[in-house]
Design a protein around this ligand. Structure first.
Ligand SMILES: Nc1ncnc2c1ncn2[C@@H]1O[C@H](COP(=O)(O)OP(=O)(O)OP(=O)(O)O)[C@@H](O)[C@H]1O
Length: 315
């Protein structure tokens, strides 16, 4: 990659798209920046694949635009050198070996055959590269798709649900691989409908639901927001504690016989106030939300079909 290309980005600006009566994209807007993994996460049907297809010019939007390196993907003369994408891992020639598939792809794009061996190594295909792709597991297909995406050494990489079909070792490998691509300065966009897959991987999150962006944020910001500054206090003198904290401007709610939920004051300040006023307490803890909780909360209204917990379905 040249220094110039490490500034490359994907810009998605106000995309709107309908499939018949269904509004699949409803003003989708975000930017994928270099040097970090951007997680593109949302429930099934939120519009992840459609957005990626529009970025690649495979689907047309009725409004808005998607730019790669500042121009529409379709106008790039050597697209594989700008953006490498994995959209549908099953799209391959079953009768060809992985190696031949990659050589054919490299040739068609004017890329050197030497790159084929490099990407086979990078994607961890190893000796499987000499086998026919038709017999590959989904995990191996994902790796072949990734090898193909890397052929042009592109500064922008876009992968749709790359964790699908990977075994636990494969998932660990994929996480390290994505982090390495970002460390090399590439802009990396990775979609998933499971926050847990992206939790330790993404530097930045674009959370979507019903065709639009719900949150465009860092992982740490999202966690802080989800915690909502809530503090749990355990005390043998709830009324006295409530009086002191209320007097300092906090909102206090009894959550149990000896516990209070406090908002509006940071935990250190609560400790200092109680100590200064001689109020006994045995625990002061800030609520720590998990990323999964934050995600569920954000996308609650955007889920089309949510599984019903066992036992509730028949009620
Ligand atoms: N070719 C199509 N024809 C009709 N409707 C479509 C088509 N492609 C997508 N949709 C609809 O558009 C919406 C967005 O779909 P999309 O596949 O982009 O979502 P997604 O976030 O990628 O979901 P998933 O995780 O299930 O793949 C959905 O309601 C889907 O049913």
């Amino acid at each position: 990659m040249s220094d110039e290309s490490t500034k490359a980005t994907i810009e998605v600006i106000g995309l709107r798209k309908r499939f018949g009566p269904r509004l699949a994209l409803d003003g989708m807007t975000f930017t994928v920046r270099p040097g970090r993994v951007t997680g593109f996460v949302g429930p099934n049907g939120a519009g992840k694949s459609t957005t990626m297809r529009v970025i690649l010019g495979l689907d047309a939007a009725e409004e808005g635009k998607a730019l790669v390196d500042g121009v529409p993907y379709r106008t790039l003369r050597r697209p594989l050198r700008h953006l490498g994408a994995l959209l549908d891992a099953s799209a391959l020639q079953p009768s060809r070996t992985a190696h031949n598939h990659l050589r054919w792809l490299a040739h068609s794009q004017g890329l050197s055959a030497r790159r084929v061996d490099e990407v086979i190594e990078q994607a961890g295909l190893g000796t499987a590269a000499r086998r026919k792709a038709g017999g590959f597991s989904l995990g191996m297909r994902q790796r072949l798709g990734i090898a193909a995406a890397l052929l042009g050494d592109p500064p922008v990489v876009m992968l749709d649900e790359p964790f699908n079909g990977l075994d636990p070792d494969g998932i660990v490998w994929m996480r390290g691989f994505l982090a390495e691509l970002a460390r090399q300065g590439r802009a990396v966009l990775v979609s998933s409908h499971l926050m847990s897959e992206l939790e330790d991987t993404a530097d930045h999150l674009v959370v979507i639901g019903r065709g639009r962006v719900i949150a465009d944020t860092s992982v740490s910001e999202l966690l802080a927001e989800a915690a909502g500054g809530r503090v749990t206090l355990r005390t043998s003198a709830p009324p006295r504690a409530a009086q002191v904290l209320h007097g300092a401007g906090a909102t206090v709610l009894a959550t149990g016989p000896d516990t209070l939920g406090v908002t509006g004051l940071p935990d250190e300040e609560i400790v200092a106030l109680l100590a200064r006023n001689g109020v006994p307490f045995s625990q002061v803890s800030a609520h720590r939300a998990t990323l999964e909780e934050a995600y569920m909360e954000l996308t609650r209204d955007a889920v089309e079909y949510r599984g019903v917990p066992a036992g509730e379905a028949t009620r």
